[in-house]
Design a protein around this ligand. Structure first.
Ligand code: SAH
Length: 275
């Protein structure tokens, strides 16, 4: 299922430019879901989010002297962690100028500007030569991309043969009503979501061997509960850090996401560029 409305890259940039502070207050510096071991896992959201980053790190196994493309860098935190853990280099891209600016400032503040850099770029048209990266990952970013097959083809082009790719992304497990989908796309500036099976098909067509495509929807679901617990703190900062209309839009988006949670999934993919 990949038809329906979608969003342009520039609109995604505006979302993250304008809502970045609110998203960071709600989700922390990791702008992605947490990975919880099960319904009884009471880990803090941040610890669970770091666990998801860890799963991505374990797949790409970046080595010192190697370079990874981070598609959709957010605040830069996952990229900086990867660089620190591996000793390798990371080039991160985002369609939000504000994110690029603050992520570069963070790299400098953490003393990692020599090996981690962020720049404005769209995955659908990457400004890099062929085979210029040893690996790539997209941590909860492809969901915004209007033309996912084109984005995957671009990632393949800039990754060297044998290079690893890790993806974490939201999927559609059951058909959504047209208005449910339209609201979701508007709220989160989504591209065209698809099923896990469709994702694998597109990756193979783009020139990747898919090693695994794990459905981790149940592991990521508690993220919504963790965000709900932060709402009073967000409300306390209306007027000082964000407008009430911004917070209302944010809450509407997450309420809608919560209603659709049984129709959505989350996939963790490990792939390798064929040749
Ligand atoms: N990976 C980060 C951020 C996830 S938020 C983290 O896990 O914390 C989604 C990110 O995808 C944002 O940085 C957004 O700017 C980026 N993004 C969305 N559409 C994009 C596109 N077409 N090309 C490149 N980056 C994109």
């Amino acid at each position: 299922m990949s038809e329906g409305p979608s969003t342009q890259g520039s609109e995604v940039g505006v979302l993250y430019d304008e809502m970045h502070a609110l998203y960071v207050a709600a989700l922390g510096d990791n702008l992605h879901a947490g990975y919880f071991e099960g319904a009884l896992d009471t880990s803090a959201l941040e610890a669970a989010q770091e666990r998801l980053t860890q799963l991505m790190i374990e797949h790409v196994r970046l080595e010192p002297q190697q370079l990874l493309l981070d598609v959709g860098c957010g605040s830069g935190r996952p990229a900086l962690r990867l660089a620190r853990d591996s000793g390798g280099g990371v080039l991160g891209i985002s369609v939000s100028a504000a994110q690029v600016h603050s992520a570069n400032a963070r790299a400098a503040a953490e003393g990692l500007a020599q090996c981690v850099r962020f720049q404005l770029a769209d995955v659908q048209s990457l400004p890099f030569p062929d085979a210029s990266f040893d690996a790539a990952w997209a941590l909860e970013s492809m969901l915004h991309v209007a033309d996912r097959p084109r984005g995957l083809a671009e990632i393949r082009r800039v990754t060297r043969p044998g290079g690893k790719l890790a993806i974490a992304d939201v999927t559609v497990d059951a058909p959504l009503e047209p208005e449910e989908l339209a609201e979701l796309v508007r709220a989160f500036r989504l591209g065209r979501l698809c099923s896990r099976e469709q994702y694998v098909t597109e990756l193979v067509a783009a020139g990747f061997d898919v090693l695994s495509a794990r459905d981790i929807g149940e592991n990521t679901l508690p993220t919504l509960r963790a965000i709900a617990r932060r709402v009073p703190a967000l409300q306390a900062e209306v007027g000082s850090r964000w407008q009430s209309a911004q917070l209302e839009a944010f809450l509407r988006s997450f309420t809608h996401l919560g209603k659709l949670r049984r129709k959505l999934g989350y996939v963790l993919i490990a792939a390798v560029r064929r040749d």
